[in-house]
Design a protein around this ligand. Structure first.
Ligand SMILES: Cc1cc2nc3c(=O)[nH]c(=O)nc-3n(C[C@H](O)[C@H](O)[C@H](O)COP(=O)(O)O)c2cc1C
Ligand code: SF4
Length: 361
């Protein structure tokens, strides 16, 4: 008779006074192994954890692999395989967790929501689309919405993208290397010849600033999380043959676009009322995190005002400048100022479901 394998998953530390402590959690793991569990899956955290229930799904302000040492400590006590979990999506860290003997397996949650092809891509040595650890997926689910992901607009909408028919054989110019432009380029690269023009010397656009704000979505923002995501998106584009022209302002010389069949405007949104300088100063200087200002900027109404009202899409100004007679698509904040997940979703739709996403002008 075939044996049914049993994986026993447990949280070994509750992170609140009166909750389970690690020595108790480790003892339960030992008892579970003695009782016949075939593998132990070691998580940590609880809905009452401090400083917040977010600890269960370590948010971006926490370091990578915060529960790995718990798995390693359990592994020392038992002979069964141990599975580690919790922000292990960095390929080098995931591999080291196993090769260093801290765990026998690693489990990935949000990493696979953001990048369902993580396993294939990592095994081929290709760059991945990193999870930001922003917890939008779980927070929206807990609020009753279907699962969604800031960086992977197909998550939870796989059926809508099942018959995706991206363009083939086109020469595509993407203007703007922000979240929408990089996402679009990464999705259409390979089957098309893609060049991304960015007037700044660094790719990333508004996302480079998102980590300097007090909050991103509902979690404390962390710059490293965004930098890694952007760097890997750039690497993914380059590995698929995208030409990245940083520090090049095509508005100064639109003739650079004449050799392209299709121009995608992903130039983001610009601040109104002269707020651009203030916003850049507050974020660059760290003032946005001073307690009084951070409290103010964490207010939902004010945040929404900054996202939706204080900025305006830049495409209306640009579309007259570019190439009469060419196909032009506008995506992301360039159409209408909004949040990163909306900008990235618009890039997914324009790239994979041409005709339904972006806005042809
Ligand atoms: C959308 C979502 C739903 C989850 N649901 C459960 C659940 O029902 N039970 C559970 O023990 N963990 C659940 N988790 C937690 C994951 O199993 C995992 O422990 C956690 O996400 C940390 O791993 P990660 O950093 O790889 O995401 C969920 C995670 C996500 C993102
Ligand atoms: S919503 Fe955020 S935390 Fe969830 S999988 Fe996507 S990037 Fe990761």
């Amino acid at each position: 008779m075939p044996k049914l394998g049993v994986i026993y998953r447990l949280s070994v530390e509750d992170f609140f006074p009166g909750g389970l402590t690690f020595p108790e959690g480790r003892q339960i793991a030992v008892w579970a192994a003695a009782a016949g569990a075939d593998a132990l899956h070691v998580s940590a955290g609880h809905y009452r954890s401090l400083p917040s229930a977010q600890v269960v799904l370590p948010p971006m302000a926490m370091p990578d692999g915060p529960f790995l040492d718990y798995a390693a400590a359990v592994k020392k006590e038992i002979a069964m395989p141990v599975i580690a979990v919790g922000r292990l999506g960095d390929p080098a860290l995931a591999e080291a967790a196993v090769t260093d003997g801290k765990a026998d397996f690693i489990a990935l949650g949000r990493t696979l929501v953001a990048e369902p092809q993580w396993v294939e891509k990592v095994s081929r040595g290709e760059p991945i689309r990193r999870c930001l650890a922003c917890n939008t997926c779980i927070n929206e689910m807990r609020g009753g919405a279907r699962i969604g992901c800031v960086v992977n607009a197909a998550a939870g909408r796989e059926a809508a993208f099942a018959d995706a028919q991206p363009a083939r054989g086109e020469r595509i110019a993407v203007i703007g290397a922000g979240p929408a432009g990089l996402t679009y380029a990464s999705l259409v690269a390979g089957a098309n010849k893609v060049t991304v023009f960015e007037k700044q010397k660094l790719a990333g656009g508004s996302l480079r600033y998102a980590g300097k704000a007090p909050l991103f979505q509902e979690v404390e923002a962390n710059e490293q999380s965004f930098d890694r995501y952007i760097d890997d998106m750039v690497a993914a584009c380059k590995s698929k043959g995208v030409v990245l022209r940083l520090g090049v302002d095509v508005t100064a010389d639109p003739s650079m676009l004449t050799r392209f069949d299709h121009v995608v405007i992903a130039t983001g949104a610009a601040y109104r009322f002269g707020l651009g300088r203030f916003a850049t100063w507050a974020l660059d200087s760290g003032a946005a995190r001073w307690p009084g200002i951070a409290r103010l900027l964490s207010n939902d109404r004010l945040r929404n005002w900054f996202y939706y009202r204080a900025r305006r899409g830049t495409a209306a100004r640009l579309r007259y400048m570019f190439c009469v007679g060419k196909r032009i698509t506008v995506i992301g904040d360039a159409v209408k100022a909004g949040k990163s997940n909306q900008a990235i979703a618009s890039a997914f739709e324009a790239a994979l479901l041409p005709g339904s996403g972006g806005r042809a002008v």
